[in-house]
Design a protein around this ligand. Structure first.
Ligand SMILES: Nc1ncnc2c1ncn2[C@@H]1O[C@H](COP(=O)(O)OP(=O)(O)OP(=O)(O)O)[C@@H](O)[C@H]1O
Length: 587
């Protein structure tokens, strides 16, 4: 599992994460405490677990806000397992589902399921299960028919089963948990959630399929929980309709004023943003792990690619055991860089067949929403358990995923909203461990730093020139003339040239680069709200953007396909398709 064991006498960083009490003092069953200690290696609860577990055991609804990597998953799963194992009438599969955990992505679904399996090891009568997009529906139906006590689900697939799987029994449902609640809404699942809540809430009046089933546990009171590292006013609607007098955990005294609302539909809520943002105080600062070192680098557009490759080379040469995640804005960009890194050979000596070698020798994986489900699963699992590897991903990896020992997060394409920045960097520095993050910004984008600052997120500049100066050209380190500009740095120029020749020489790579260029531009124009002022396509030189995909073509050539794309985008916008497609591209 790679989880760090908590100890009461831990280091300074650990003391920011772990509580000075035991799991049993929180009221959990001794067998469950043994399980946490022996099978999972958890000696003591984290701070958020120490706060949340007693509240959840008491039956109160809760809103839980705690930094990334602080153990929120066990904070809600452990008390549910405790309460379920304690029923006088031991629960059976035929009782159907008691707890439902909703998560935004498939990988998170599998991850929560894995943790749940471990927690349930000695409670064999409580059955864990999951349903999610991309899986075989009939197999899921069969599993639901047999009965799943604690079900983890992505919203779309759950709704499908609620509507179409008559044997799915949820009359005994007691808990609904929204893990990464804000993200579920951002992904446009608002309507699904509304419908899910309506369907589940209708159990007392009798949903058609559940009409004749008398709940075996009629005393059951519903208890709902919302969790995220970035709970903000956007979850207001969801909190209002799903939580009853909730306890706020980790909101530092700031209250989210729960507004009444008719709809959870994200697009509607965006349109009304001005209306409600006046009334609702924003939950100011986001919590980023204190030990995380956050840097940014100012990189001219046309030098982005050689700088990315250089920083990766630097990181993997610096530490033998290195795990790095690079975030891109689109699936096509992931595919392009993945293929490039898998094939690009280079020598800073005059190039001959003999002296060329792979530019980057590390194991590389990719993860995005356009991959086949099986490939997605393999990548996710493989990167998780590798000691040294690189993962190239879209935001599908940004939320909740717990990859042990990731040391560095690179945001090559900027994340957009500050919430996404926080979750992306949260894939490192988990549970008090060290970690570093690097944000690429073009000179025209540096106002984004002020946007982050508004949320209490402060970055310092990475010494990029110093790092680049360390790369020897023709093996003669001290012959390099020190450059004060990134884009005229000899190493950057040499690498860019080699990259362009490589792309030109491979038809497949050239195609991937063009495709990636087009979707990158589309994604760039899709920034919303205030961010539109910072990330303006008009401020960019499209020729330089093309260069960042190692494309030598005249901008006008590439520009044609861009024009086609933007035209299509305009049409899609008219019929409301664009947003949906953007969402689909990350999940
Ligand atoms: N009490 C504990 N002692 C030691 N390790 C723990 C403890 N609780 C959780 N962990 C480990 O800490 C890591 C982070 O936990 P988890 O993924 O639940 O964090 P999170 O707060 O949900 O993060 P995110 O906001 O990114 O989703 C996991 O590897 C988990 O196994």
């Amino acid at each position: 599992m790679g989880a760090k064991k908590g100890s009461i006498n831990g280091s300074k960083e650990e003391n920011n994460v772990f509580a000075s009490c035991s799991f049993s003092s929180l009221g959990l069953h001794p067998t469950l405490c043994d399980q946490l200690r022996e099978r999972m290696g958890f000696e003591v609860p984290t701070l958020v677990q120490a706060q949340a577990i007693p509240v959840i055991l008491s039956g109160r609804h809760a809103l839980v806000n705690a930094a990334t990597g602080t153990g929120k998953t066990v904070a809600y799963l452990a008390p549910i397992v405790h309460l379920l194992q304690g029923y006088d009438n031991r629960i059976q599969r035929s009782d159907g589902t008691f707890a439902l955990v909703l998560v935004p992505t498939r990988e998170l679904c599998l991850q929560v399921y894995e943790i749940l399996q471990k927690l349930l090891h000695r409670f064999h009568w409580i059955v864990p299960g999951y349903v999610m997009g991309g899986e075989n529906k009939s197999k899921e139906k069969a599993r639901l028919r047999k009965g799943i006590s604690i079900l983890i689900a992505t919203p779309g697939r759950l709704l499908d089963h609620l509507k179409n799987t008559s044997s799915f029994l949820y009359t005994n449902l007691r808990w609904i948990i929204f893990d990464e609640a804000d993200r579920i809404l951002e992904l446009g699942f608002g309507k699904d959630i509304q419908e899910i809540l309506d369907l589940l809430g209708s159990r007392k009046t009798g949903h058609d399929d559940q009409k004749n089933v008398v709940p075996r546990y009629s005393e059951i009171q519903r208890q709902n929980l919302l969790l995220s590292a970035t709970l903000n006013e956007k979850v207001n609607h969801l909190a209002k309709i799903s939580l009853d007098n909730p306890v706020m955990i980790g909101l530092g005294g700031q209250k989210i004023e729960l507004m009444s609302t008719e709809s959870l539909n994200t697009s509607e809520s965006e349109d009304n943003e001005d209306n409600y943002s006046n009334k609702v105080p924003t939950v100011g600062e986001y919590k980023v792990p204190v030990q995380l070192i956050q840097k940014y680098m100012k990189v001219p557009c046309g030098s982005r690619l050689p700088v990315l490759l250089s920083i990766l080379k630097h990181l993997f040469e610096k530490e033998l055991s290195q795990k790095v995640v690079v975030f891109f804005s689109t699936c096509d960009a992931v595919d392009f860089h993945y293929s490039l890194l898998g094939e690009f050979q280079f020598s800073s000596y005059p190039q001959t067949e003999a002296n060329r070698q792979m530019f980057l020798g590390c194991k590389t994986f990719r993860l995005h929403g356009n991959m086949e489900q099986e490939d997605r699963r393999t990548s996710f699992q493989a990167f998780k358990y590798e000691k040294s590897a690189l993962l190239l991903s879209t935001d599908v990896s940004a939320r909740g995923l717990d990859f042990p020992k990731v040391r560095c997060i690179i945001q090559y394409d900027s994340p957009g909203e500050a919430t996404e920045y926080v979750h992306r960097v949260g894939r490192t520095a988990r549970l008090g461990e060290r970690g570093e993050s690097l944000l690429f910004l073009q000179p025209v984008e540096t106002d984004y730093l002020q946007d982050l600052e508004k949320h209490g997120v402060l970055l310092t500049e990475y010494p990029l020139l110093k790092m680049l100066d360390n790369f020897p050209l023709y093996g003669q380190k001290n012959l390099i003339k020190k450059s004060v500009f990134i884009d005229s740095h000899p190493w950057v120029l040499c690498l860019q040239k080699a990259l362009e020749s490589f792309i030109m020489s491979k038809h497949k790579m050239d195609e991937l680069a063009r495709k990636a260029f087009c979707s990158w531009v589309r994604a760039y124009t899709a920034h919303r709200g205030d961010l539109k002022r910072i990330f303006m396509i008009k401020k960019l030189h499209l020729g330089h953007v093309a260069k960042s995909f190692a494309l030598k073509q005249q901008p006008s050539l590439v520009g044609k396909s861009f024009q086609k794309q933007t035209k299509r985008k305009r049409n899609e916008k008219k019929i409301g398709l664009f947003k949906k497609r953007k969402v689909a591209s990350v999940t």
